[in-house]
Design a protein around this ligand. Sequence first.
Ligand code: SF4
Ligand code: SF4
Length: 474
Amino acid sequence: MNRAQPNLASVTTINADGSRRFLHPADVQGRFTVLRRITALALLTGYVALPWIPVNGHPAVFLDVAQRRFHLFGLTLATQDLWLAFFLITGLGFSLFYITSFFGRVWCGWTCPYTVFLEHVYRRVERWIDGDAPARRKLEDAPWSATKISKRVLKHGFFLLISAIIAHVFSSYFVSLRQLYAWMHGPPSEHLFAFGVILSLTGSLYFAFSWFREQFCIILCPYGRLQSALTDDNTVNIGYDKTRGEPRGKAGTTDAGDCINCVRCVQVCPTGIDIRNGLQLECIGCAACVDACDTVMQKIGRKPGLVRYDSLNGLNGGPTRFIRGRTIGYSVMALIGLVVFAFSARSVKPMNVTATRMKGAPYFMADGSIRNQFNVQVINKNNAPARFLMELHDAPAVHFNLGTTAIEVPAMGQASPLAVLTLPQLDFHGPTTVTLVVREDKPGGAAIERKLEILGPDTRLQNHDYLSPDHYKK
Ligand code: SF4
Ligand code: SF4
């Protein structure tokens, strides 16, 4: 099979005829590889554990689609609170821009779930079954035999199993663990839609990680496209020190630079590029080439860092400026988003209250009284049933039908009592705003206020049409 040398004029993973060239990155050892493995292990543990860790009675992260409640580390948001997500997403988005402007695609190479699963789960299984890079290449080129078939069946069986597990873990962020358990133990015919979703998720993951692989980072990921707009010559990326490395030549050759052209940095690259050609869109910043080159330098007795984390300015022998217009701009935007989110989140209550005037006539009149009716909706965001009390403020003459009884609302449920505000007609002197207070029936319980407007007949008409006849005799 043709093993083309990466260049800037073509994509290494695509043959001249447009067919796919499969990569078999070589194994690499080194400090960044160890650190990446530790990071990946911590992240994988986090992905699985988050839906299991309870915070304030809910999973640490649970986007409860069925109940339309979103639980984030103890904060519960109902759909009415989702405006907060704008500030959270803005804050996190600009934080990522900020980090990228400092350290390039460190997110891609170290913490992106796609990379974590591909590099630290699927490729490890592949290495375990098919062997190291030369063995994998040999097996790929070999004709079909009993050994090749059995290895392929075993590998793809594992890939399917892992994909199914990830699909279930992913689903546990959107449906309760109890529900997921029930689905897993019941026949698919009882939950066809959910079964179809998990099946297609499994299929997509299997396709992505067994075949599509680095193509996602190279041609699909939108963040990868943004990279060039977010970085500049002061951004610390992975780079090759041309001044030190060129001209390339065997160790010991007179006038040769430090690069011995062993191509270890190319062999370990998971996207198949040659970093010596400069920073390229395909580079996910995984630092595998740094570890590979450092190992080579150590073997031939030269100092490490020929390929290293450095800015373009640093590689050219100049200083790296960390404080720049773009880093200040991104950090300010990130701070605004996160601070507004944090302050707004403090105002989020364990319940939501809305009060809307009943449809039809804005008010009713009977027996010398004016009656206004409102539909009050109380949503309980707690994981347990709760009682709520209602009071009316700024309304001494108004009788309130709900003022004496507590409203019971089931866990994660809602109640819609009818609030009737009755006012003697003689005490009505025009539209009046009163305050409805709904509070949790417990010491220190949260309270929410809503303004209600009491409407009645025009007071000029009232003087003529509704006052008692005795009034006119005076
Ligand atoms: S060039 Fe180096 S840092 Fe970039 S993807 Fe390849 S191995 Fe990773
Ligand atoms: S690993 Fe280092 S020495 Fe070998 S080709 Fe790459 S840059 Fe040159």
